[in-house]
Design a protein around this ligand. Structure first.
Ligand SMILES: *Cc1c(COP(=O)(O)O)cnc(C)c1O
Length: 361
């Protein structure tokens, strides 16, 4: 492998494949055209295919980072009549709490100890009315994968709307809208999709679309008013300028995934890469932080008293390797290594060798 300017193992941005980089070097075409509409509709149908979405499900494209899509989903799907159960296992769960709070929406803040998994029984045991469940499929800040099948079963039996932020699990960990009974999926370009940041996608079941239409008269945001996006998407367009270049990159990326064995091959590869990394660091003073780690990311706690923050800084300063620090309370105790994007054993072994060298000094 040629030496690269830097090696990147952060949960966004992630390492992008060559063909994505090449597409990104082209001039950006004008977009109110039938040929760009076709690209948008093509992207939609490929995404729906990869998500195993029911007929009638739609994809909306937003020029926003993932948080913009989180806020759009919450404010367009929920109203004053709702009471949402939010699985809050870290900073991304907390973000949903903050969004609901800011917009005056009712919620149950179900806080988990950092790193622990979610028990679906806490939904069934809850005595208040739960009209919707909101969860980050993978809580990226602690590397915890939640039981979406179990939560989906609760939502089905309880008639609750099921909202999943799948930003950091799509393409690395299993996600099936139909089987899991999911009504809204939130995606973003800079994680498993391995594209530049700036594009997010909202996938809505028919039930979720009805919510958008029913709530639209109370909209408090012009930019994030999703019924306009729904209407325009009928002809493969958006109300405002989309990130045209990233959508072109998405188009080549999705075609490549589908021609190269589909979603199962992607998940299989992420599983192989994460297991390889975890097996290679067993002898090092690093413990896996999470009770149920996804394929997407490994959160690690130093067991020899070193500061996690310091390890992150030194890996970059000495070896040109980006891994990810944590903020807040976990600043000194947790660091994260992502397995999303264009990863193979050779690339990961650069990090493994650096860690071994670092600890041998
Ligand atoms: C990265 C991420 C987001 C989006 O964060 P942005 O900085 O707004 O792109 C949202 N949810 C999860 C679980 C994430 O990993």
């Amino acid at each position: 492998m040629n030496k690269e300017d830097f090696y990147i193992f952060t949960p966004g941005p992630v390492r992008m494949p060559k063909y994505v980089l090449e597409e990104g070097s082209k001039q950006i075409p004008y977009f109110r055209t039938t040929s760009f509409s076709k690209i948008m509709l093509d992207c939609e149908s490929m995404l729906l295919d990869l998500l195993n979405a029911k007929k009638g499900t739609r994809v909306l494209f937003l020029a926003a980072s993932g948080t913009g899509a989180m806020e759009a989903v919450v404010t367009n799907l929920l109203s004053g009549d709702d009471n949402s159960f939010i699985v809050n296992g870290g900073s991304f769960g907390q973000r949903f709490v903050d969004i609901c709070k800011l917009h005056g929406l009712k919620y149950i803040d179900h806080k988990l100890d950092y790193g622990s998994s979610f028990k679906v029984t806490s939904l069934f045991d809850n005595k208040t009315k739960i009209s919707s469940v909101i969860v980050n499929g993978n809580e990226t800040s602690t590397g915890v994968l939640y039981d979406l099948n179990g939560i989906g079963q609760f939502c089905k039996s309880n008639g609750s709307l099921f909202i999943v932020d799948a930003i950091s699990m799509f393409l690395t960990d299993p996600l099936d809208m139909d089987e899991m009974g999911i009504d809204a999926v939130i995606l973003s370009s800079q994680k498993g999709l391995a594209l530049p940041p700036g594009l997010s996608m909202i996938v809505l079941s028919e039930k979720a679309q009805k919510r958008v239409l029913a709530n639209s008269k109370n909209a408090k945001s012009l930019y994030l008013k999703l019924d306009d996006y729904l209407k325009d998407m009928d002809r493969g367009q958006t109300p405002f300028t989309p990130p045209v270049g990233i959508i072109n990159q998405l188009h080549v990326r999705l075609k490549n995934i589908i021609n190269d064995g589909g979603i199962n091959k992607q998940i299989e590869n992420a599983k192989k890469i994460s297991s390889y990394f975890r097996s290679q660091i067993q002898e090092l003073p690093l413990r896996i932080f999470s009770e149920s780690p996804p394929n997407a990311i490994t959160a690690l706690t130093p067991t020899d008293g070193r500061s996690a923050q310091k390890i992150v800084t030194e890996l970059f300063d000495r070896y040109g390797i980006y891994v990810c620090p944590n903020g807040g309370e976990l600043k000194d105790t947790v660091l994260r290594v992502a397995h999303m994007g264009d990863m193979d054993k050779e690339y990961v072994s650069v990090l493994v060798s650096a860690l071994k060298d670092y600890y041998s000094r």
